[in-house]
Design a protein around this ligand. Structure first.
Ligand code: NAD
Ligand code: FES
Length: 271
């Protein structure tokens, strides 16, 4: 069993948990994720390791489906049944001088360890962060600790520019040139960031989170097509250079699972 050390409500949809898992914590690198099970019968939930020390790991989750809502019922002092990790490839940290992070909604959580690592290695780092409302701009204070400039966008205009992160990027690119952008958020956001960045000749890395089951490359569920080749997000990623990723295929598969998740949720909740 893995003890929950701390729980923090980040907004109405998103929460943070610090969990005692020393073996995972001691071996974690930026880009790694873990899979948790809330109880013995629980679904396996893959989540990025947002922060860690030598004893504890921090995760951030959005209360979307049955299992994350179940996780949300746990409090500090309670325990989780299973924490497996660190999983996946560590982020490939490139030798670059100027990096732009682009975070959409809860995508700010997986972006955080990568962008922080670039800053730690001496790169000049800026951030564009977007969310539905001001409350949906998570980890802002923590990003400000190492980012030179943080630009905000909200769908409702409650903070920063009223609009999407891509609209802010279009303005920023008029004045600044970046060696690399890392875009993490909804698939449509990442796809649009990649299209925009190609126009400005900026390479982009993304993080993909297709539905995962085993997290070890066995089930094939997290497959993605990149330059015509099949890759598995759990063992080959979840971070990838964006060039050649078939985002349309990923979005089509995600739509299918949205329906399935809803269906399963209703069945379980009606027990
Ligand atoms: P959201 O739908 O609220 O969008 C967040 C922001 O993304 C928006 O405010 C906007 O700035 C930008 N955005 C949205 N649509 C866009 C478009 N068409 N063009 C350009 N920018 C756009 O996001 P959310 O509900 O907080 O995030 C949930 C999504 O993020 C889920 O789909 C989830 O799968 C994904 N996610 C991805 C990862 C990952 O590792 N890639 C991790 C966690 C969550
Ligand atoms: Fe099964 Fe990746 S989750 S292959």
């Amino acid at each position: 069993m893995y003890k929950i050390i701390r729980k923090e409500i980040l907004n109405v949809d998103v929460e943070l948990m610090e969990i005692e898992a020393p073996l995972v914590a001691r071996n974690a690198l930026p880009g790694n994720f873990l899979i948790i099970r809330v109880d013995e019968d629980g679904e396996r939930i893959p989540l990025t390791i947002v922060e860690h020390d030598l004893k504890n790991v921090t995760i951030i989750y959005q209360k979307l489906g049955y299992s994350t809502k179940l996780l949300s019922q746990k409090e500090a002092g309670d325990s989780l049944f299973d924490v497996v990790g660190p999983l996946g490839q560590a982020s490939h940290i490139r030798d670059v001088k100027r990096v732009l992070g682009i975070a959409g909604g809860v995508g700010a959580a997986p972006l955080y360890p990568q962008l922080k690592e670039y800053a730690k290695r001496g790169a000049k780092v800026d951030l564009i962060i977007g969310g539905r409302t001001k409350e949906h701009l998570i980890l802002l204070d923590k990003y400000k600790e190492f980012c030179d400039t943080v630009y905000c966008a909200t769908d409702d205009g409650s903070s920063g520019i009223k609009g999407f992160v891509t609209q802010v990027a279009e303005i920023v690119y008029q004045n600044y040139k970046y060696d690399l952008a890392i875009a993490i958020g909804p698939l449509i956001m990442m796809k649009n960031c990649v299209i925009l960045n190609e126009k400005y000749d900026i390479e982009t890395d993304v993080s993909l989170n297709p539905i995962m089951i085993d997290g070890t490359g066995m089930c094939g569920n997290c497959r993605v097509t990149i330059n015509g080749e099949t890759k598995f997000a759990c063992v080959d990623g979840p971070d990838f250079p964006a060039k050649g990723i078939d985002f349309d295929e990923l979005m089509a598969r995600q739509k299918y699972y949205n329906h399935e998740e809803d269906h399963i949720c209703k069945m379980k909740l009606s027990k």
